[in-house]
Design a protein around this ligand. Structure first.
Ligand code: SD4
Length: 325
């Protein structure tokens, strides 16, 4: 079982023993995901997730075994375990993805219980209050997910008002951000004793995202892709960077072409670097497990850890494959 960030240890502690005891890959991965989703101390997934810019928490998740066995939900409010709901979408519907109200109605019909506080913990509420103070004090539109005016009419109308200063892109610094806070997703790849590979990706999305914004995590091929014959990949970090190049699908295809998991992940990060202006706040990290069990993680910047559970035990380790050192 391979998972993302330091809170991957919460996942692996719950799911790893199941896997070792012979539980199937998907069941073990969903149990691992639920442990993180239900942990209010993790400010990025399920209960305790940071809210959007309107102050409400919404969650996204996907699960995948193979191109014909996948499911996801996005923009779901009030349900702590979107990974399990995504699995029901896979198992009980002819669809792959349900969004918003419809996903919530489906969850209720499937017997999931709505969380009494809509997942917002006092800690997340106080982070939100701090965010509001910061937003009022220093409006930096690009950091709030709102770009400066982009079209000609807006630029013309706003030019004299100074209302939307156009911030220059921040350069990549020599000392890249290496802290883990602000990271928001647990990705889990599990390979069971029978060699079945399963992936789960679950998140409350980027903290303080615009209401309605959906990232890579619930979209098959972006935050997660599994092709049983080749392997599986899952991604975390700035969803917009990952989505722009179909990150998890691309890495899987690189493995299909014969690259090792580490080579495939670094090639995806290279593609992101080539196609974007990378700023200090950007981070992307990926994990991969090939069908034969070979695995790797990689990240754009230092500060990313994976958690691995195998026959030698469970280890939380910094990823050795870092693109921008
Ligand atoms: C998103 N990729 O919603 C997620 C967030 C994340 O570390 O993984 N942050 O864009």
């Amino acid at each position: 079982m391979l998972s993302t960030w330091s809170f991957g240890a919460v996942a692996n502690r719950a799911g790893g023993p199941l896997l070792m005891a012979g539980t199937g890959a998907l069941d073990a991965a969903i149990a691992a995901a639920a442990a993180v989703e239900n942990d209010p101390a993790v400010d990025s997934v399920g209960i305790g997730g940071l809210p959007d810019s309107s102050g409400r928490v919404s969650v996204d998740a996907s699960v995948m075994l193979a191109p014909d066995r996948c499911g996801s939900v996005c923009a779901v409010r009030g349900y702590a375990n979107p990974a399990a709901i995504a699995r029901r979408v896979m198992d009980r519907t002819v669809h792959i993805m349900l969004a918003g109200d419809g996903a919530e109605q489906f969850a209720a019909a499937q017997g999931f219980t709505r969380h009494p506080t809509e997942l917002l913990t006092p800690q997340a509420q106080s982070e939100f209050n701090r965010y509001l103070v910061g937003r009022a004090a220093a409006p930096a539109p690009s950091r709030l997910g709102i770009l400066p005016p982009m079209n000609v009419e807006e630029r013309y109308a706003e030019a004299s008002s100074g209302k939307y200063p156009v911030a220059p892109a921040e350069p990549v610094s020599q000392t890249p951000a290496s802290k883990e806070p602000m990271h928001d997703t647990v990705c889990i790849l599990a390979r069971d004793r029978a060699g079945v590979l399963a992936g789960v990706c679950t998140t409350s999305g980027l903290g303080f995202k615009l209401a309605g914004r959906v990232g890579d995590s619930p979209i098959i091929g972006h935050g997660l892709y599994v092709d049983a014959e080749i392997g599986g990949v899952s991604a975390t970090g700035n969803g917009e960077l990952i989505m722009s190049i179909c990150g998890s699908f691309l890495a899987t295809e690189f493995m299909r072409q014969g690259r090792t998991p580490a080579e495939a992940l670094l090639a995806v990060l290279e593609r992101i670097r080539a196609k974007h202006t990378i700023v200090d706040a950007h981070q992307v990290a990926l994990i991969a497990v090939r069908a034969d069990g070979q695995w790797a993680s990689a990240s754009l910047r230092p500060g990313f850890s994976h958690c691995i559970t195998d026959d030698a035990g469970t280890r939380l380790e910094p990823s050795p494959n870092v693109m921008l050192r």
